[in-house]
Design a protein around this ligand. Sequence first.
Ligand code: NZQ
Ligand code: ZN
Length: 398
Amino acid sequence: MQNFTFNLPTKIVFGQGTIDQIGIEAAQLGQRAMIVTGKRSASAFGIIEKVTNYLEQEGVGALVFDKIEPNPRTSTIDEAGKLARENECDLIIGLGGGSPMDAAKAIAVAAVETKPIWDFIPHGKTPSNPVKKALPIMAIPTLAATGSEADAGGVFTNWETHEKAVLFSPLLFPKVSIIDPELTVTVPKDYTADGGIDIICHVIEGFFTGDDNTPIQDRFAMGVIKTVIENLPIVLKDPKNIDARANLSWASAVALSGMINSGRGGAYPIHALEHSLSGHYDISHGRGLAVLIPALMEYSYKSRPAKYAMLAIELFDIHRDGQSDEQLAVKGIVAMKDFFASVGRLLNFKDIGIADDSKFEKMADDALRIYGIDGEYLGNPKPLYRDDILAIFKSLAG
Ligand code: NZQ
Ligand code: ZN
């Protein structure tokens, strides 16, 4: 196992009805909050009204910024940052899925800086400015997916260039996250399933690409994935099942919290490729991952058959019965594909709105420049060079 520092400075308040604690928690952090949210759901389901009331009861003023688009754009962050500055906000609350929570983190920086937020986001061209200060952040997830409620990163798209890249700083950990699974019962089936796939991907990438001597991390990872495999079908049938929703919400939070991936090193090649897809085609993050995960598993399993065999045995109860690791790996990949199909995920680019190959080269170049090692390849047991990425994209073209 590699040496590591694990520090999760986010206070997590978890459970059905805990949204009523937002006022008390916010009052410890600021007096004039900007609530950062998406364009529709938080208002349509009465969550903004609830949150605003709880804040007012504790003497915290609220300014609502409800223009965050899925796959948040840097131009929107700059607009909100200016507004937060002008209104002297001292606390930023991200309320929604990963997009508003991520946006809140970047707005917390934009509110105390005057340069465009893109200048702070490493994207492989000019050196980026370091994040030196940020307003305090709170996160209230309404969708179990990204883990933004318990990590220090956010992902943003420069819509002029279609580059999608990560802003990361320890200053961006939410001070408090209120994870109330009741807020997630209105998430439609497609986004619920996308979220489940995202959670799986957050732990499976480290499992496949990281060090071997990490039994605790591996078992945590299998536990998280198994929890999604068991609970996602339940909420797809019964969206108001609060126990199953709670299990997905907790899986979302722990997946990227550092608890599971610390000490294994590893890489995120599937995420690197997906960010290129959603940067260019504005698709749902989890929907893009669902297409890429099986393709990357097929590409990689022969380089790491034991890990893939472990996955088949632990997740899908496939018995060894004298089979080699490679034979088990193949069965595990089939089982994973079957699971994705059973929760309605789509399997090729055409299904998710990527109709032609005109952007493949740019997408590959962006992934390598922004996320690659020396800009040359993506880290993976079987490294992904430009030609490998293009071959995978072509195989998925449908
Ligand atoms: O936009 P609104 O009106 O809020 O509706 C959203 C949106 O249409 C809807 N929704 C959210 N909560 C709902 C709801 N609808 C009904 N009821 C609710 N309770 O769901 C749709 C998708 O929302 P979005 O926030 O875009 O989804 P998600 O949580 O998947 O976030 C995706 C973004 O997070 C980034 C992705 O790249 C993408 O930009 N990620 C952030 C990460 C992080 N901070 O660590 C890691 C991830 O790997 C990921 O890259
Ligand atoms: Zn993700």
